[in-house]
Design a binder for this molecule. Structure first.
Ligand SMILES: NC(=O)c1ccc[n+]([C@@H]2O[C@H](COP(=O)([O-])OP(=O)(O)OC[C@H]3O[C@@H](n4cnc5c(N)ncnc54)[C@H](OP(=O)(O)O)[C@@H]3O)[C@@H](O)[C@H]2O)c1
Length: 250
């Protein structure tokens, strides 16, 4: 049996691409997200990529619900006996000015983007410790850059970066904790920002214009760096915030 990886947000975008890549290398996978249908579609793609059908488990869960983390980790333990890798990739983003954004939005973003990953790390820690395991959190250069109208999302990612560095020290030497910070990646996230069609188009244009390498990223541009941190090449790395952004934050 390969290593056991929990991947959140595995039904779409970056998480889907990562899950398929891990499946191709015969890892056992626990796919997490709210939409069961999207997870099932990824599950099929993982099997097509080479995973045995019994080695890919879809666990629909809303990670903003405090009880979900225990359920996800229990499902991984019951099916595969442990957890070697945890990738906290699921997140929500909403853009908008402070004065027209409700505090409930901030709470929703913080619960999903920070408390969700923290709860999963907490629940998985005993299994990760006995496996000599690894956590990769998917942050964002949005947590480094100060951008008007994006403060809530940026603040949750900055908090996730801090959590990464603090837990890297707290959980060492048994568990490594790192983060990958993507720049603009062309995924469904751009359709879910709460912007109208024109604003979304303008945002995509802005992302291309402000990225020195001249295009938005693709999930395939980021996944190898997550894999690097999960694998032997990352064995002496913890507390690292690895920027993969086409130069946008430099
Ligand atoms: N796209 C970018 O430009 C960009 C840039 C920097 C960083 N990132 C980060 O990259 C990661 C992946 O995003 P993406 O671009 O691939 O966007 P995406 O396709 O929208 O992926 C987000 C995933 O998170 C899941 N999710 C959201 N809320 C959840 C919840 N409460 N419980 C469980 N799952 C939840 C979604 O699935 P369900 O809706 O089915 O739950 C979805 O699969 C995120 O952490 C994002 O912040 C993206």
């Amino acid at each position: 049996m390969g290593s056991v990886a929990i991947v959140t947000g595995a039904g779409t975008g970056l998480g889907r691409c990562l899950a398929i890549s891990l499946a191709a290398d015969k890892n056992c996978l626990v796919l997490v997200g709210r939409r069961a249908q999207r997870l099932d579609a990824t599950r099929v793609e993982c099997v097509e990529a080479g995973a045995a059908p019994d080695d890919v488990l879809a666990v629909p869960a809303d990670l903003s619900d405090p009880g979900s983390a225990a359920r996800v980790v229990a499902a991984a333990r019951d099916r595969f006996g442990g957890v070697d890798m945890l990738v906290n990739n699921a997140a929500v983003a909403t853009f908008g000015p402070l004065e027209s954004t409700g505090v409930d939005t901030f709470v929703r973003l913080f619960t999903t983007n920070v408390a969700g990953p923290a709860a999963l790390i907490r629940q998985a820690a005993p299994l990760l410790r006995s496996a000599g395991g690894v956590v990769v959190n998917v942050g964002s250069i949005g947590g480094l850059l100060a951008v008007p109208d994006r403060s809530f999302y940026g603040a949750t990612k900055a908090a996730l970066h801090h959590l990464t560095r603090s837990l890297a020290r707290e959980l060492a030497p048994e568990i490594r904790v790192n983060a990958v910070l993507p720049g603009a990646i062309d995924t469904e996230m751009y359709e879910d920002l709460g912007l109208d069609e024109n604003a979304t188009r303008r945002l995509r244009e802005e992302m291309i214009r402000t990225t020195p390498l001249g295009r938005m990223g693709r999930p395939e541009d980021v996944v190898p760096w997550i894999r690097m941190l999960l694998g032997p090449a990352g064995s002496w790395m913890t507390g690292t915030l690895l920027v993969v952004d086409g130069g946008r934050s430099c």
